[in-house]
Structures are given as structure tokens and as C-alpha cells.
Design a protein around this ligand. Structure first.
Ligand code: ATP
Length: 236
């Protein structure tokens, strides 16, 4: 059984249909990627998983149970955490305080000390700087803190939207290395990215979405060799 499964999902904004019969599976312990151009439907798909949008038809199953239609807080409680594009840190708070904010949900508050220790073990740089204000960190470090904050609730599945957006190539590489490390720790990751090459290098499995439809799916390394993907997404 897949950890998360989307079955025949259709989503519309009024009369505008944004997702068409989307089927997608995320197996436990894997890195699964979703690639697509601007406006392809990536954010709509993520928002359907998090409960921010309700599908007009189809099912979202998490650990075999339907979660479509649940309110976003209930979905977080079930074990899905996310770092969505534009989600912000608190710049005038320290690293440690920002991590504590990741446990704001009452279900996770009592375990926050152990959760912070777990994050410091995963991201030693955050422990070294725990008293530093978030605003004084580099872009790549801030992204790591944001990832750690999303992982505070010890989720079964983490959704990362455009992790590498706006980062220098060196920082983007560090962020992708961190995702690899999370994978090695057994964390299941769903990556939504425009940085196609680096994403496919680390993804176990990948989907391509165009005009609201999944048009291709296969193992990440296989997709990297695909002529259409190379031309349309890598420009080679
Ligand atoms: P980007 O990478 O630019 O964020 P995306 O792949 O995430 O793009 P979506 O934001 O999911 O794409 O948009 C998918 C389609 O749905 C687009 O055609 C978009 O214009 C449309 N759309 C998105 N949000 C709304 C909305 N609130 N109302 C109407 N149409 C919308």
C-alpha cells in the first residue's frame, strides 16, 4: 500500500478545471518528485493534499484512509507536514524559537524538546547557531531551518515546494543534499520542483504534470535520460 495515493483527482476553480484525473502514488521511504512548468497545476495538487482545496471528484488516501475533505489541521495531525513556497520564518526570532514554532500545534507541543534535539542531530549547523536570529542566516541556511521546522512534528510524509527557488547553485546543491540525508533517515519526501536535473538525480520516482494532467511517470534516473524531458525541461 502506498503511503499517499491520489486517485482520479479532479480540481476546479469555478469553471476552470486545474487538475484532470490525476493518479499519483508516494511509497513509504521514497523521494517522489513532481515536475512541471508554471501554471501546470503543481500548487493545486499540493493544496489538494494539504486540505486547502477540495477535489471535485476523486480520492486522496493517506495510510489507506481518505483524507480529502478533512480540514488542514486534521491532515497535519495525521502525519503530513509541508514547506510550501513562500512559507516564512520569523526573522526576528532565533533559530531555536523558530523551531519551537514548528510545534505550535497542541498535539506536538509536549514533545517539542525531543523534536528540537532530533532536528539538531539532523542539522548540526542549526544547533551551532541556535541563538542566532533567523534573519542573519544565508538563504540556504534559512531553507534548512524551514525544512527542520516542517519536520518538527515527526511527519510520515513531508511535502517540499520549490525548495531550491532563489538559491545560488551552491546552496541549492546543499539543500538537495539535505533532502538526500532525510531520505537516508527514512523520511518520505514529495518534492515539487522546477530544478529538474538536481531533482531527478535524487528522486526515486517522478511525475510530470502539464496542463493539469500527469503526462509521464517513471524512475527519476530513467526520466533524466528521456529525450522529451531533456528537450522540454533541460534544454539539451
Ligand atoms: P506555478 O509554478 O506558477 O505556481 P503551478 O504549476 O503551481 O504553477 P497552479 O498554481 O496549480 O500551477 O495553477 C494551475 C492552473 O490553475 C493555472 O491555469 C492557473 O491559472 C489556475 N489557477 C490557479 N489558482 C487559481 C485560482 N485561485 N482561480 C482560478 N484559477 C486558478
Amino acid at each position: 500500500m502506498a503511503l499517499l495515493e491520489l486517485k482520479d483527482i479532479n480540481v476546479s476553480y469555478g469553471n476552470v478545471q486545474a487538475l484532470w484525473d490525476v493518479n499519483l502514488k508516494i511509497d513509504e521511504g521514497k523521494i517522489v518528485a513532481l515536475l512541471g512548468a508554471n501554471g501546470a497545476g503543481k500548487t493545486t495538487l499540493l493544496n489538494t493534499i494539504t486540505g486547502a482545496l477540495k477535489p471535485t471528484s476523486g480520492e486522496v488516501l493517506f495510510k489507506g484512509e481518505r483524507i480529502d475533505g478533512l480540514n488542514p489541521n486534521r491532515i497535519i495531525e495525521r502525519g503530513i507536514s509541508y514547506l510550501l513556497e513562500g512559507s516564512r520564518l520569523f526573522p526576528d526570532m532565533t533559530i531555536q524559537e523558530n523551531l519551537e514554532m514548528g510545534a505550535y500545534h497542541r498535539k506536538f507541543w509536549s514533545g517539542r524538546k525531543q523534536d528540537i534535539e532530533r532536528m539538531y542531530a539532523l542539522f548540526p549547523i542549526l544547533e551551532e547557531r541556535k541563538k542566532q536570529l533567523a534573519k542573519t542566516m544565508s538563504g540556504g541556511e534559512r531553507q534548512m531551518l524551514a525544512m527542520a521546522r516542517a519536520l518538527m512534528s515527526n511527519p510520515a510524509l513531508c511535502l517540499f515546494d520549490e525548495l531550491s527557488y532563489g538559491l545560488s547553485p551552491k546552496m541549492a546543491k546543499a539543500v538537495f543534499n539535505t533532502v538526500k540525508q532525510l531520505h537516508a533517515e527514512g523520511i518520505t519526501v514529495f518534492l515539487v520542483e522546477q530544478n529538474v536535473r538536481q531533482t531527478l538525480e535524487i528522486a526515486d520516482y517522478a511525475y510530470v504534470i502539464e496542463n493539469g494532467r500527469i503526462v509521464m511517470e517513471c524512475e527519476g534516473c530513467t526520466m533524466l535520460e528521456n529525450d522529451y524531458i531533456r528537450q522540454a525541461y533541460l534544454g539539451i
